[in-house]
Design a protein around this ligand. Sequence first.
Ligand code: SAM
Ligand code: SF4
Length: 336
Amino acid sequence: MIQSRLIDPFSRTINYLRVSVTDRCDFRCVYCMSENMTFLPKKDLLALEELDRLCTTFIRLGVQKLRITGGEPLVRKNILEFFRSMTRHLETGMLNELTLTTNGSQLARFAKDLFDAGVRRVNISLDTLNDIKFAKITRWGRLNQVLEGIDTAQAQGLKIKINAVALKGVNDDELFLLTEWCADRDMTLTWIEVMPMGDIGNEQRLSQYWSLKDVRSLYKKHYTVTDLIERTGGPARYIRLEETGQKIGFITPLSHNFCESCNRVRVTCTGELYMCLGQEDMVDLRKPLRDFPNTNIPLEDAIRLAIDQKPKGHDFDYSRQRLDGQMARHMSHTGG
Ligand code: SAM
Ligand code: SF4
């Protein structure tokens, strides 16, 4: 049964939880990680049973959508067990959606089992269809492996959304190519503005920053564009391209403030609850999980206390040509 819901000081109902299940990854995307990352010791990570208790508690408090992310969630050992254990919440109707964000590298192996566990939609990150560029961006990735993952996932009936980070001088020449490719495969494409996360290559990041206002203008020149008013409570805004009938999303944390409708919080793989992606405030949930293995009441209290402190919004700003509001955390730590 749902206990009293999580409502923050700005009257926003929190019903969407994103959980990072690992900080590790089989890629080293240039905007996300440095090449020589030091990863956390295993004992610091929440065990699968702890992840289950944590997510189940959030679901009891009204979370209806659960997104699993990382690092790369599908490289976490035995992660399928966790997905399978969440199936029970879909079956009771407490959870509306169980989903994940992945780089797609392991999807060929996991797509069927994920579908069987109740996953119906998957976000896959793919910035380019050029294998040389792909290898440059991801450092360790191979494009073919991801394309194979996408084929398998679609064959299993999973609905796919492609997330592409907009990078000036890198994939700006593929705007229409990626768009048409997604349209042919009935996939939504969402563009993400590169964000100042982690202490890596910020000068390069600033020079690669490609405002989605520019991307939107290019679409308007090339297609008949209809603005869609639908809101997911998240940072994405959508348009429809009438010629292809397809939806295009824009995640613009830097050029558009979306915080007023924020319905989500994030938990890192070590159990830190971040109330806002762009702020340092966090609450440790691992302690109540580990100190009280037989009751979830202290965990619940810690979650409620955290939600009472959810900030109004973030402070990212590139407009003065420096990275105001920059976060020292890597995206792979908080989960994208
Ligand atoms: N490994 C999975 C993946 O790549 O989809 C999940 C985790 S990844 C951190 C989640 C998303 O964050 C990806 O779509 C990635 O492109 C995005 N991302 C990582 N670093 C970013 C940054 N500095 N700015 C914007 N998006 C970033
Ligand atoms: Fe790995 Fe995803 Fe970060 Fe790329 S964006 S390094 S795939 S966690």
